[in-house]
Design a protein around this ligand. Structure first.
Ligand code: FES
Length: 279
């Protein structure tokens, strides 16, 4: 399925906004420390893609074992069912930030996964009752749905850019270039500038007095950090509240998991000059 068909699928799912929007609001009400764990801030990588390997792998094994008539399929199915729960929770958390087409494709992805999980639970219960024929049909249908849903997950990442590092392709030149006046940084202001087409936010550290600069395009979903709120030496993204250190670019609060690229900064004759930092 191409990105064009995914967008058509999103159009079909638009009526579900009436349900999706309140669900997103409910997920956003979950305490931030819990959400940071689900985002994978502690890991430095998004958690959901890693966790989805467990149910998909286990259900693939179950399908193969069913094909050869092995009852070990039942255990594989159970591992997949148990693994689907954390995968679903992290996916729901990721999805709560999405808007427009990506939100709607995410709704279809989530519904397919919910139906697949339900069918697999029914299959597991049927196996315990000795109705293996019915059980195989149920888990077989669930598996086909899971494969299509996994494909939609890939579209969300690679087609819509969900949870990819939005700063991955920044490569400004290595020579210092003037970007603003030193006086622009007075009173703790965050100053948005551009260096060879890349948005950068410049500020003076309250702790050390040094001039600091990091990429202004939020690594989460591309929010403008120069429009964010400053708290001490951190900036809070105006879109979903990720917090970054203004000098190191380190993530100090999710949902972002990737740090902001850092720039070296110096002052020459009252002008702030920056260049890409090494390492
Ligand atoms: S774009 Fe989501 S936190 Fe910045």
């Amino acid at each position: 399925m191409t990105i064009r068909y995914s967008k058509q699928l999103a159009d079909l799912a638009e009526p579900l906004d009436a349900v999706a929007d309140p669900v997103q609001e409910a997920v956003k009400a979950v305490p931030k420390p819990v959400r940071d764990v689900l985002d994978g801030v502690w890991l430095g990588n998004p958690l959901h893609p890693a966790l989805t390997d467990v149910p998909l792998g286990a259900w693939t094994a179950a399908a193969a074992l069913d094909l050869v008539g092995s009852e070990a399929a039942d255990q594989a199915l159970l591992v997949g069912i148990l693994g689907a729960v954390p995968a679903a929770l992290t996916g729901l958390n990721d999805w709560s930030h999405l808007q427009g087409d990506s939100k709607r494709v995410g709704v279809v992805h989530g519904l397919l996964n919910t139906m697949g999980l339900t069918l697999n639970v029914a299959s597991f219960l049927a196996r315990r009752d000795g109705r293996r024929g019915l059980a195989k049909v149920l888990s077989g249908v669930a598996y086909i749905g899971a494969l299509f849903s996994a494909h939609l997950g890939g579209q969300l990442s690679y087609g819509f850019g969900v949870r990819v590092n939005r700063t991955a392709f920044e490569s400004p030149r290595e020579k210092f270039a003037p970007v603003c006046d030193e006086s622009d940084l007075n009173r703790g202001k965050l100053v948005g500038v551009e260096l060879e087409g890349e948005a950068v936010v410049v500020a003076r550290s309250e702790e050390t007095g040094e001039v600091c600069a990091i990429a202004a395009t939020c690594s989460h979903l591309g929010g403008p950090l120069d429009k964010g709120e400053r708290e001490g030496d951190t900036v809070i993204c105006p879109w979903h509240g990720s917090r970054f250190h203004l000098c190191s670019g380190d993530v100090e609060g999710g949902p972002a998991v990737y740090p902001q690229p850092r720039y070296e900064a110096r002052v020459r004759a009252g002008r702030v000059e920056i260049r890409a930092a090494k390492g």
